[in-house]
Write a new protein. Structure first.
Length: 609
């Protein structure tokens, strides 16, 4: 084990032991039971659950370095299984439960997964159907039921403060188990278990340079690649970011992001390392905003869309009142001045009124305790950032990729510059190549792709620099701005190089637009495919919707160079979805898939343009 003063264990194999010893009776995991009650599990019980699950894995004769896939939604059992796999010295292979059959087969076969832990019988049946094409696959298991132990506490009351004790006396109904249904599958708790001393010896034997996880990229430009991340890679990110998150016992992180994504896993680790409580959403994304008020988090990681939807909803309510839009915008202007410490004395009274009538209500939507929010994966609308700053919620943008163990740069309370993705984290260097590509090097950068030396050679040069594929710029103070994707560059038939994200983001500033995709490679000029937000466009006819989109396109065209201006656009009748194959599980647009799916619409734009 590590010294008592260490901020983290030597490897993630010791994670549950380390946190269980330090925070024993503090609440670790919070989740809903079948009757809707919020229930907490203490750190000591989390450790015991992880031990029991890991001992079952050892009894399956899984060896150090064997791959174990987890195919499930975000829920406490995901965390139990994740930490148990690490304790057993195995390599975790996260798989999105929304993955199609082709992707599911590819990940399981390419990783050589020896076992798969599935959320329910339906997912297990999908894996079984692929078994003839998966020569390495052994056991298919179902997630266990959440452990009911001495630290499980049922409570519908508001959360206790940082310094108040957490009761560990009562028992609670466990989180409902996934439906088992018909099938030959066993749950991990039903398996025999290896002796505890065997598990502890296995965990102690894991080295920092050993592979901890094999995370497959989202595949926006081809088949997913398996990124090998070591315990040292993930530890380097924890070392660099933990001092920046300002958390401790009594704090709570609300998690609805998919744990199959590396960002959610990093949040899981950091929350538990500082002794906070990880609060899982109830399972329905549409309920997230409503749950925030109940969960009362202090920390919230999210994609930009959640923050933008809250902003749009409040603006829509303001616009329903005569003169409401003008009053709303004036309140935000005053709030931003206050947030920046530039509020003149004559506006103090107006700010107090705005705080009482608007800002406090918005803070209540997020539970009233939120002080640290993180967003990444896509740029957040500047107007939304101003809105949140005005109401008193700090949102920090960061940047990273799976190959960098999730983080390269980060804005944080000690150094923030809006419009950028922050400065490089400690231990990570960033430079801009001659062609504008962002390069990164450090202990967080992965050693390579699984079974793909050619792909590794493309991503890492001889000096250890990771070629991110993103275009960007560093300002004199070291803050990074991402300007686009290198592979997304559009070259028109006139030879003009265009960065699609520039105009796409400008169009998406409109609250009526959910997605904008520029098309124009080897074409005379760019056009766009646009989807609208159903909630914002509701009740309007097609002509009215098109007029609103036209306004957004016209406004965007004033912000970009003449060659990049959109000459024609189509408003699509359907939203982009993961199921249709045009969005990744992390909601990034698969540009190639969009162009293929809407080829006829694109041709019509050029025929009539």
């Amino acid at each position: 084990m590590t010294e008592p003063t260490a901020r983290r264990p030597r490897t993630l194999a010791l994670f549950a032991e380390w946190t269980g010893e330090r925070y024993a009776s503090h609440p670790a995991l919070r989740f809903r039971t079948a009757d809707g009650t919020w229930t907490s599990m203490a750190y000591a019980d989390l450790r015991d659950t992880v031990r029991r699950t890991a001992r079952a894995l050892l009894a399956l004769d899984l060896r150090p370095g064997d791959r174990v896939a987890i195919l499930a939604e975000t829920r406490p059992e995901w965390t139990h299984t994740h930490l148990a796999c690490l304790a057993a010295g195995t390599v975790v292979v996260p798989i999105y439960p929304t993955a199609g059959e082709e992707e599911l087969e590819w990940v399981l076969r390419d990783s050589g997964a020896r076992a798969v832990v599935c959320e329910d019988a339906a997912q297990a049946a999908r894996v079984e159907a692929l078994r003839p094409r998966l020569p390495d696959l052994g056991e298919v298991l179902l997630l266990p039921v959440t452990y009911q132990g001495r630290g499980a506490v049922a409570s519908a009351a508001p959360p206790r403060g940082r310094d108040q004790p957490h009761s560990t006396e009562s028992r609670a109904t466990p989180h409902p188990a996934p439906p088992v249904g018909e099938g030959p599958w066993r749950t991990l708790p039903s398996l025999p278990t290896a002796p505890l001393d065997h598990l502890l010896a296995r965990a102690e034997a894991v080295r920092p340079e050993d592979t901890a996880t094999l995370v497959y990229t989202s595949g926006t430009t081809g088949p997913p690649k398996g990124c090998r991340l070591t315990h040292a890679n993930l530890g380097a990110v924890q070392d660099a970011t933990l001092p920046l998150t300002e958390g401790g016992p009594g704090d709570r992180t609300y998690l609805y992001l998919p744990l199959a994504h590396l960002l959610a896993q990093l949040i899981q680790f950091s929350t538990l390392l500082y002794g906070g409580e990880l609060c899982y959403f109830g399972g329905r994304v549409e309920d997230v905003v409503g749950e925030l008020a109940e969960a009362q988090p202090t920390h919230l990681p999210s994609v930009p869309r959640l923050f933008e939807k809250v902003h749009q909803s409040v603006l829509r309510l303001a616009e329903a009142q005569e003169g409401g839009r003008a009053r709303f915008e004036e309140a935000i202007r005053i709030g931003v001045l206050a947030a920046d410490g530039k509020l003149p004395p004559e506006l103090h009274e107006a700010h107090a009124a705005a705080d009482k009538e608007l800002f406090a209500l918005v803070r209540a939507v997020f539970g009233g305790r939120l002080r640290w929010a993180l967003t990444g994966g896509a740029p957040i609308a500047p107007t939304t950032l101003d809105f949140l700053r005005a109401v008193g919620i700090a949102v920090y943008e960061g940047y990273g990729m799976t190959e960098s163990a999730g983080v390269i740069t980060l804005n944080h309370p000690g150094a923030v510059r809006h419009g950028t993705v922050g400065r490089p984290i400690e231990g990570c260097e960033v430079r801009i190549a001659e062609d504008g590509e962002v390069l990164a090097r450090g202990a967080n950068v992965f050693p390579g792709y699984h079974a793909d030396p050619a792909g590794t050679a493309d991503a890492l040069d001889g000096d250890g620099w990771l070629h991110t594929g993103d275009l960007g710029a560093l300002d004199p103070d070291g803050f990074l701005t991402i300007t686009g994707r290198k592979k997304d560059l559009i070259i028109t038939s006139a030879g003009k190089n265009l960065t699609p994200s520039e105009v796409e983001l400008a169009i998406e500033r409109s609250r009526f637009v959910s997605h904008a995709v520029m098309v124009g490679d080897r074409r005379p000029y760019p056009v766009a495919l646009i989807t609208v937000d159903p909630a914002e466009a509701g009740g309007r006819d097609a002509a009215a919707v098109r007029a609103l989109v036209q306004e957004a396109v016209d406004e965007a065209n004033t912000r970009v160079s003449r060659p990049a201006r959109i000459r024609a656009f189509a408003v699509l009748e359907e939203e982009f979805t993961i199921e249709s194959g045009v969005l990744t599980p992390t909601l990034k647009v698969r540009r190639r898939a969009v162009v293929e799916r809407y080829a006829q619409e694109i041709e019509r734009l050029y025929e009539t343009g």
